[in-house]
Design a protein around this ligand. Structure first.
Ligand SMILES: *Cc1c(COP(=O)(O)O)cnc(C)c1O
Length: 397
């Protein structure tokens, strides 16, 4: 239908991250038809790098679409944007001093449209859905993904059908309704919501944009990796601490580092990737400690950091592979500690972080204690969302 436009994308094919089966570009996909694992997008990076140079970025748009040539959309007219990405990388000197560190940073993703980094993934996914003719999208969400999908679907003129646990933070639910989405609250966890989408999508004509069941969200999230490298003058930090639910951001950054190396922008050094989860839902930490490549379902998952309440991540092996290949680690922290950290970061740095972002601080303290992080290293904490969306969590305190 839109074959002319497709010629403008640098995507060569999609490939299953587990079994390696290849799929042609320019089509809608969910999981690998052979093995049920996530597909990843591959590019002709030599071609991309002819126009996408480090120099060229100086005059580019201040959003994640500055990395246009390594994004999957063919036609510029199909890009659905609210100005996502290109968020501040803040020095955290006052917090650093408390810890005895002098190169501590916060990547503040709360400045994205809909106040979380889910905007990056949904901008990419909805743009591709638009390009490929989708009219109705659906997703399960712990909260922020739903808000982001509601916003981008509205902007694209699509219907959004969102399924969230009943105890999702109220702000997320109100936001989705005001953005015109169809919202269903369910008794259960995000995995139950995902099963509901899967059960109904064919009959309803919905395209399922669940994390990693859809290959383009990770392409949006990978821009986190490009932005970090660009902000640090084409070097990478020593350590990245990432609050992990489905793991899209971590998987995306890991992919971005490889792409940048292939384009000759960075060398082979990688940051140590650290997953932080809540003790109330820590499937990746458990698998990491047991030396396993796939994570078991974490039973009775419960945490105020709703973005981390993912008891089973479909990309578990990609997260665990990246952590191990990087020499990184996986750490669980208590809800009490992550909530206390929100106040500590807020009062020292002026950033009202989401509970998920707060989790990075007690994780860093544990790593320092275990001597897995040295005080003079360059460390980035990810604040993935906005504290203001979680007022109930702080009022309970
Ligand atoms: C979704 C979410 C996360 C987890 O992100 P993944 O890429 O799924 O690991 C962390 N923090 C916040 C605020 C989120 O909304």
């Amino acid at each position: 239908m839109r074959n002319l436009a497709i010629a403008m994308s640098n995507v060569t094919h999609l490939q299953c991250a587990a079994c390696g089966v290849q799929y042609p570009a320019g089509k809608l996909y969910n999981l690998c038809e052979k093995c049920g694992k996530p597909l990843l997008v591959h590019y002709d990076l030599e071609r991309a790098s002819r126009t996408l140079t480090r120099e060229s970025l100086k005059s580019r748009v201040s959003s994640m679409w500055r990395y246009r040539e390594v994004m999957p959309v063919s036609s510029d007219a199909d890009i659905v944007t609210l100005g996502e990405g290109w968020t501040p990388l803040l020095r955290a000197d006052r917090l650093g001093r408390v810890l005895g560190m002098n190169q501590l940073y916060i990547k503040d993703e709360s400045l994205n449209p809909t106040q979380s980094f889910k905007a990056r993934g949904m901008s990419a996914a909805v743009s591709m859905a638009k390009e490929l003719g989708v009219q109705k999208v659906a997703a399960p969400s712990a909260g922020n993904a739903a808000g982001a999908l509601a916003a981008y679907a509205a902007r694209a003129g699509m219907e959004a059908h969102l399924f969230m646990p009943r105890d999702t933070p109220r702000a997320n639910v109100v936001e989705c309704i005001e953005l015109g989405a169809h919202v269903t609250l369910m008794d259960g966890l995000i995995t139950d919501c995902g099963a509901e989408v899967a059960r109904r999508k064919d009959a309803e004509g919905w395209f399922d944009v669940s994390t990693l069941k859809e290959p383009y969200r990770v392409e949006g999230k990978k821009t986190l990796g490009y932005e970090l490298a660009e902000a640090f003058g084409w070097s990478l930090p020593d350590v990245i601490i990432y609050p992990t639910g489905g793991g899209t951001g971590l998987i995306g950054m890991w992919k971005a580092f490889d792409e940048m190396e292939q384009m000759g922008w960075i060398g082979s050094d990688r940051p140590r990737m650290v997953t932080v989860q809540s003790e109330g839902c820590a499937p990746i930490v458990t698998a990491f400690e047991k030396g396993e490549r796939f994570a078991d379902m974490f039973s009775n998952a419960a945490t105020v950091a709703s973005g981390l309440r993912v008891p089973k991540a479909i990309g578990d092996f990609l997260i665990l592979d990246a952590i191990r290949a990087s020499g990184g680690s996986a750490v669980a922290v208590s809800d009490k500690a992550l909530l206390a950290a929100v106040k500590e970061i807020g009062s020292l740095e002026g950033v009202f972080v989401a509970p998920e972002g707060g989790a990075c601080l007690p994780a860093l303290r544990k790593l320092i204690e275990r001597e897995e992080v040295q005080l003079d290293e360059r460390v980035v904490l990810f604040n993935t969302g906005a504290g203001v969306k979680y007022v109930e969590a702080f009022e309970q305190d």
